[in-house]
Design a protein. Structure first.
Length: 633
């Protein structure tokens, strides 16, 4: 299939091309060409930059000391031409090496590419992902769209209950990301149908970009740097053949096709001669559920030989083991999983998951440290200290809610209660330090439903929580118990971002609305702020970030004027800066842009009296914000 990049003139058309690539890769065995041309399409470049700019990593510089804002504040055509010229003669800069601490106390190496290399990696990921997603094994969950650790956990618990596979191989690959063989990865990509040699050469150059540490560049002969945008996708591609090797032992055994209805009767036919085994993988962590210990040992021996002789990677002898979950627990994704007998029928077993307390306690200690820091006095004014304490309280809340949301699929209510007590004890000392030791408990706490922060979480609760008061606003320290336990939901294989049916199913099951896509609104309708007008007036506010975000503001406003609420028609579409005096890194954010018609925009920037009551109040509010030019730094 030769991808025609000329068909792509906006983000909606790009989605259509990606959908067709996914369908072709899944249902046909056609090779793919023209991927580099699609990569350098204008809309792919804009989409890649938009995906990166919202990440925290966009503020982190590589060895060139540039951040994403340096590109966003440039002229759009200049950025696009710059990216295209770099792709045309691609030689990636070495990644900057940093280290992060692991639970074991060791340090994990992390590579930070330069911003221009991140943009090109994201462009390659956008083009490669639909082809690879169509080839991936159904029960691989790590670093894949719409999938999460919850789905992997749900699959394990369901297999324990239904298939009676109680012998588990806990697998761990030794330094997986550091030992990926580049030539083998290119061979796997070729086998997937990616026959564009220029695209494969770009991937190889990304992998071989050196590492700079202590001002010394070391070339990369093997491995994929952790921290690269495309690295997780390439890791899944590298292990895809391993997934299918295990799947062909039972789940996707060729004998399934020997019956009239493989979907319903296939596995029953396979079970007559083969023992059950099920693989669940999340990135480089995986487990295989087996029926007997002998079967597990036989499969583990085969895996050890396959990984070493075919993929050139090695199992960690210390962490890889065979466990009977009727007697012991396995550790997977920060959870302890085991089989427990049904209290009504002792012959039946079901899977159960609880938090791994060693891992959880380490994270709770960080929360307790944040709570202690709330009361740490700084050499600042009292009002500023209260504001600072409120920010620290919300930082602790973010960690509490994050942990509670992750572990809510486990049996955790009694654990959450004990964690809340630990945080309560620390908060008691902290709040007395802030407000004085003579204060009573009632003076330091407030009912949850009266708090101003996280109102959706607190509005139905009456528990008294420790709170910081600032300008009659109460910022409270939340509880683990406010997060309800839920049953882990299995993943529906039909959910995919590369089909209309898959996207609708995701919205229905998750309750989340997917981001709106940029169309051709401004290229067809917008006159006042066209690119020609930008070149003529040279307004620094109308940079790449503005030209990209104004369409997202239009979609957010549903194509209606924010003042008169009329439909925007051809020739009257304008985008207004609500606070044009903000710094350049904030002035063009979507929150500071408003879609208005030409008539309302002229009224906002004039001093004329407004007689239309329909739009008067809103226009006056915009005028007031224009006048507030003294911004606190």
């Amino acid at each position: 299939m030769r991808v025609n990049q000329r068909k792509v003139t906006n983000e909606m058309e790009l989605q259509g091309v990606l959908d067709s690539m996914y369908a072709t890769s899944r249902n046909e065995s056609k090779p793919f060409f023209g991927l580099v041309e699609l990569m350098t399409n204008r809309e792919v470049i804009i989409t890649a930059i938009h995906n990166i700019k919202s990440n925290k990593g966009s503020k982190t510089a590589g060895i060139d000391n540039k951040v994403m804002d340096d590109f966003l504040h440039m002229d759009m055509e200049k950025v696009i031409n710059c990216v295209r010229s770099v792709v045309g003669n691609y030689n990636p800069l070495p990644v900057r090496r940093v280290y992060i601490k692991k639970k074991s106390g060791k340090k994990r190496p992390l590579g930070i590419p330069a911003i221009i290399d991140r943009i090109i990696q994201e462009m390659a990921r956008i083009v490669l992902e639909p082809i690879a997603e169509a080839k991936f094994y159904d029960y691989s969950y790590g670093f894949r769209p719409y999938r999460s650790a919850e789905h992997a956990t749900a699959e394990i618990l369901e297999r324990i209950r239904r298939s009676k596979t109680y012998w588990v191989i806990e697998g761990d690959i030794k330094s997986f990301f550091d030992n990926i063989n580049h030539n083998k990865l290119i061979e796997i990509l070729w086998g997937m149908g990616i026959k564009d040699k220029r695209f494969l050469m770009l991937i190889k150059k990304m992998l071989r970009a050196g590492v700079m540490e202590d001002n010394t560049v070391t070339p990369n002969e093997t491995g994929s740097p952790q921290g690269g945008i495309i690295s997780p996708l390439l890791a899944n591609i590298y292990l895809n053949n391993f997934d299918w090797m295990i799947a062909h032992m039972f789940q996707k055994h060729p004998a399934r096709q020997a019956v009239k209805d493989p979907l319903r009767q296939g596995l029953s036919y396979v079970r007559r001669r083969h023992l059950r085994c099920h693989l669940v993988r999340y990135a480089d962590d995986w487990i295989i559920l087996c029926e007997t210990k002998e079967q597990a040992q036989r499969i583990l021996t085969k895996i050890d030989k396959y990984l070493w002789h075919v993929l050139g990677i090695e199992l960690s002898k210390e962490k890889t083991k065979i466990t009977n979950i009727l007697e012991n627990k396995i550790t997977f994704l920060g959870l302890k999983i085991f089989a427990q007998s049904d209290y009504r029928n002792k012959q039946k077993y079901f899977g159960k998951a609880i938090p791994d307390m060693k891992s959880l306690n380490n994270k709770v200690r960080e929360v307790l440290k944040d709570v202690r820091w709330i009361g740490r006095h700084q050499p600042i004014k009292e009002d500023d200290f209260i504001r600072w304490a409120a920010v620290k309280t919300e930082r602790a809340n973010a960690k509490i809610v994050g942990l509670a949301e992750y572990y809510k699929i486990t049996t955790c209510s009694h654990i959450y209660k004990s964690l809340d007590q630990r945080i309560y004890n620390q908060a008691w000392h902290t709040w007395r330090k802030i407000y004085g030791k003579k204060k009573y408990w009632e003076d330091l706490t407030i009912p949850s439903n009266q708090l101003s922060n996280r109102t959706d979480r607190h509005k139905r609760r009456k528990d008294r929580l420790f709170a910081i008061e600032i300008d009659n606003i109460h910022v409270g320290l939340t509880k683990f118990q406010f997060t309800k336990s839920v049953r882990a939901m299995k993943f529906n294989e039909k959910m995919t971002p590369f089909s209309k049916e898959g996207r609708k199913l995701f919205e229905k099951r998750s309750g989340k609305k997917l981001p709106l896509q940029r169309g051709t609104y401004y290229t067809v309708m917008e006159l006042w702020y066209s690119y020609d007008a930008y070149k003529k007036y040279r307004n620094p506010l109308r940079n790449f970030e503005f030209l990209m975000n104004r369409e997202y503001a239009l979609l957010r406003d549903k194509g209606r004027c924010k003042c008169c609420d009329d439909d925007i028609r051809k020739g009257i579409l304008h985008c207004h800066h609500i606070k044009p005096y903000l710094p350049l890194d904030k002035v063009n954010k979507v929150s500071n842009l408003a879609t208005v018609c030409r008539k309302c925009h002229l009224l906002i920037h004039s001093k004329k009296e407004i007689f239309d009551s329909k739009r008067k109040d809103k226009i006056m509010k915009y005028r007031e914000r224009l006048m507030r030019r003294t911004v606190k730094k």
